[in-house]
Design a protein around this ligand. Structure first.
Ligand SMILES: *[C@@H]1O[C@H](CO)[C@@H](O)[C@H](O)[C@H]1NC(C)=O
Ligand SMILES: *[C@@H]1O[C@H](CO)[C@@H](O)[C@H](O)[C@H]1NC(C)=O
Ligand SMILES: *[C@@H]1O[C@H](CO)[C@@H](O)[C@H](O)[C@H]1NC(C)=O
Length: 275
């Protein structure tokens, strides 16, 4: 299915709601879409020892979280490399300060990173006010994963390149809980049982060895509920932010198979070719 304009999408949903599954299916259905994951970008930049990667790694080695501004820069760097984002013609002439900032290596680390690879000449340090032009070509379509997770992050991103569809995926809590907490594993062999669809012959015991089955930490109801509470706390303001901008769309369903066709339809309506 071909698109007629650029789709810049994020999926929001509780842990276990199946965002990964929906992303995979959308990429297959709409080949012009790319998945861009902030986590993957971070790992790749660290592995490649880019200036940003070295900077981020140093922060992580100190046991700190990589700040939003760095994650945003990773994403913008990627979009720039793909040619989907270009710094707009500067409206202000270069000042002595901005030149000094991009020559000073320390300042450069914190401010001038996105364009250092492309340009040998001095570029002004991107600041909050630096404007970018973004491509509206359908080939510049992406699902962004991992960022933004908070309203503050969303505002920073939107100032550079606006997300134009936020899919809020809803599945009843008890349905997700059932799905997750049904999973039991035999630790030694890795055999997975599913108490509804693939139950062990003897409850709580591995079919082959008869040894007790365990529940992974992530599959325990308490663990999931704690993650859910955290998700709800940060996602509520995020969704409100996008609702105000008129790009929020909610989809409901009990399973990925029920949800996918609804997403496809909506996506076609918004971004698909008219015929
Ligand atoms: C990392 O290096 C690989 C191989 O050279 C390259 O394909 C990839 O685009 C690089 N990624 C980044 C983020 O620098
Ligand atoms: C259990 O099996 C059903 C059907 O295959 C599946 O929908 C569900 O996600 C499975 N649950 C787990 C925890 O693997
Ligand atoms: C979805 O799950 C809820 C809660 O278990 C149930 O009440 C509802 O009937 C289900 N809907 C569908 C379409 O299966």
């Amino acid at each position: 299915m071909q698109l007629r304009k650029a789709a810049r999408v994020i999926l929001v949903g509780a842990p276990g709601v199946g965002k990964g599954t929906q992303t995979e299916r959308m990429l297959k259905r709409f080949p012009q879409l790319s998945a861009i994951s902030s986590g993957d970008l971070l790992r790749e930049n660290v592995r490649n020892k880019t200036a940003l990667g070295i900077h981020a790694e140093a922060i992580m080695k100190e046991g700190n979280l990589v700040p939003d501004s760095t994650i945003l820069r990773l994403i913008m760097n990627e979009l720039t490399t793909r040619g989907w984002l270009t710094p707009a013609q500067p409206t202000k002439p270069l000042t002595l300060n901005s030149v000094a900032a991009s020559v000073n290596p320390l300042a450069a680390l914190s401010s001038a990173i996105p364009f250092e690879k492309e340009d040998n000449y001095i570029t002004p340090a991107p600041s909050k006010d630096t404007k970018y032009d973004y491509s509206e070509s359908p080939d510049a379509s992406f699902i962004l994963d991992g960022f933004p997770r908070t309203a503050a992050q969303a505002e920073q991103l939107d100032a550079k390149i606006p997300i134009n569809l936020v899919v809020d995926i809803r599945t009843p809590t008890e349905v997700i809980l059932d799905r997750i907490c049904n999973r039991w594993v035999h630790a030694a062999s890795g055999r997975v049982y599913n108490t509804t669809f693939n139950a062990p012959k003897v409850p709580g015991r591995d079919d082959v060895t008869g040894e007790p089955l365990i529940q992974r930490e992530d599959d325990k109801p308490e663990t999931w509920k704690a993650r859910l509470a955290k998700f709800e706390e940060t996602s509520m303001p995020l969704l409100e932010h996008y609702d105000k901008l008129g790009v929020l769309w909610r989809v409901q369903g009990n399973s990925s198979d029920e949800i996918s066709p609804k997403i496809f339809d909506e996506f076609k309506k918004r971004f698909g070719m008219a015929h």
